[in-house]
Design a protein around this ligand. Structure first.
Ligand SMILES: Cc1cc2nc3c(=O)[nH]c(=O)nc-3n(C[C@H](O)[C@H](O)[C@H](O)COP(=O)(O)OP(=O)(O)OC[C@H]3O[C@@H](n4cnc5c(N)ncnc54)[C@H](O)[C@@H]3O)c2cc1C
Length: 402
């Protein structure tokens, strides 16, 4: 690989190097490539990137972003659409959200698995102009000069040196890009972990969010009557149930479910939960998106959706700068992304944190207050609609092409 000295457009090996080829990194590549930016995506894992067992609630805004890049019809085919969200506190005071609350769309949202979504996205990227994808490749080092970022990659036992205009960290919560850049974070761990598994139940597809004093339980409808379970519990309880037999596990879970005729059909996993916000999202020739920039409690299924919105926002900022003939790695360009996205993400992170803290409590006065709030929301349509727009990402400044 050559290296450049003295910036003029096109003298880099690639305009943008995206480190991390999961859904967030690939969405950014799909946004940039068709606009003439030359993109290299490097992914450490061979084959499937990200966490294979992950089940995502996909929000309407993510759907719109995937529509804008042109991959939505293919992704829709592997997603389960649902028309109802059912939220309860200890099984009581239900709030039911329907498509009417979002202005009468045919469905409210959808649910999919990483193992099904990622191959579709990868196939789409293979057809996207100007995008190169290298699996089994990891970023080892990077040095920023005024005119380029010099990245050292390890690929099949070989070291490669590349000169790029911008490095984007889409490399997850333990981001090497963020750590090498010395970007600090505000973070705290929760007292809870998430147990995940897949159940079978012959029930209509409804997305359930059920709050219990130990933590929220989400049941997300998947194709073929399967259900993704994300059960938040104190660490010790989650660890104790992780190796339990299916009978023992379901005996514990059943009292918290909206229906009881269930069987366990997937492997069980346990993830500790944390809150994290990077103090900066950008530096000269560097930007962070997705879990590399922020991490939140899984309640409300926000994390990946926030990352996809980062990708669309950074994509729009970079394409506009490129079209104006600006150097896309310069701080003033990148600060447009940070100013736009950092406060929006902070609001969402604080919202999920508050939701978890307020609902993971059995203290009577708080239980009474929650009941009042939930009953009011169920009765007052405008409150229900506002909260749903917020949770589904349909608020705040959006990229203009959406
Ligand atoms: C239990 C649980 C349930 C969740 N449910 C939802 C949900 O319903 N909806 C939702 O929106 N979010 C959900 N989330 C959050 C969501 O999983 C994350 O926000 C999302 O996966 C982040 O995506 P990412 O691409 O930023 O990072 P990751 O998915 O972590 O991907 C990072 C990629 O970078 C690669 N990589 C790392 N280092 C390097 C390197 N040095 N070089 C090259 N490649 C590298 C990794 O191999 C990986 O493929 C949940 C999280 C948990 C824990």
């Amino acid at each position: 690989m050559s290296s450049s000295s003295g910036w003029t457009p096109g003298t880099w090996d690639y305009d943008v190097l995206i480190v991390g080829g999961s859904l967030v990194g690939l969405t950014l590549a799909a946004w940039l490539g068709p606009h003439g930016l030359r993109v290299l995506v490097v992914e450490a894992q061979e084959g499937l990137a990200g966490t294979a067992a992950r089940v995502y609630a996909v929000m309407p805004l993510t759907e719109r972003i995937w529509q804008a890049v042109g991959v939505w019809p293919q992704l829709k085919a592997v997603l389960q659409l649902y028309e109802r969200i059912d939220l309860t506190d200890q099984g009581q005071h239900p709030i039911v959200f329907t498509p009417t609350d979002l202005g009468g769309r045919p469905w409210l949202g959808s649910v999919g698995e990483q193992r099904c979504l990622w191959p579709v996205m990868r196939e789409f990227i293979a057809q996207t102009p100007n995008v190169t994808y290298w699996e089994g490749t990891r970023l080892l080092d990077m040095v920023v000069t005024p005119t380029a970022a010099k990245a050292t990659l390890e690929r099949q036992g070989q070291l490669l040196h590349l000169s790029v205009g911008l490095v984007v960290g889409a490399d997850g919560a333990r981001s090497q890009v963020r750590q090498r850049a010395g970007i600090k974070t505000w973070a705290w761990p929760y007292w809870q972990s998430c147990l995940t598994t897949v159940l079978y139940a012959d029930e209509p597809p409804v997305a359930y969010e059920r709050f219990w004093p130990a933590g929220p339980l989400a049941l997300l409808p998947l194709p073929d009557h399967r259900w993704g379970i994300v059960w938040t519990l104190p660490h010790q309880d989650a660890q104790r149930l992780l190796p339990a037999s299916a009978e023992e596990f379901l005996a514990h879970l059943r009292p918290y479910l909206p229906f009881t005729e269930v069987t366990e059909v997937g492997p069980r996993h346990c993830f500790p939960v944390e809150w994290r916000q990077a103090r900066r999202y950008v530096q000269p020739r560097l930007a962070l998106i997705g879990d590399a920039a922020h991490r939140c409690h899984p309640v409300g299924g926000q994390g990946m959706n926030l990352g996809i919105r980062d990708a669309a926002t950074l994509g729009e900022v970079l394409v506009t700068a490129h079209q104006r003939g600006e150097d896309i790695g310069q701080l003033p360009v990148l600060r447009r992304y940070e100013r736009w996205r950092w406060p929006q993400v902070l609001l969402s992170l604080l919202f999920t944190d508050t939701l978890n803290r307020v609902f993971s409590q059995g203290w009577e006065p708080l239980v009474t207050m929650r009941a009042l709030v939930l009953q009011t929301m169920q009765r007052v349509g405008v409150l229900r609609r506002l909260s749903l727009h917020f949770m589904t990402g349909l608020w705040g400044r959006l990229p203009s092409s959406l």
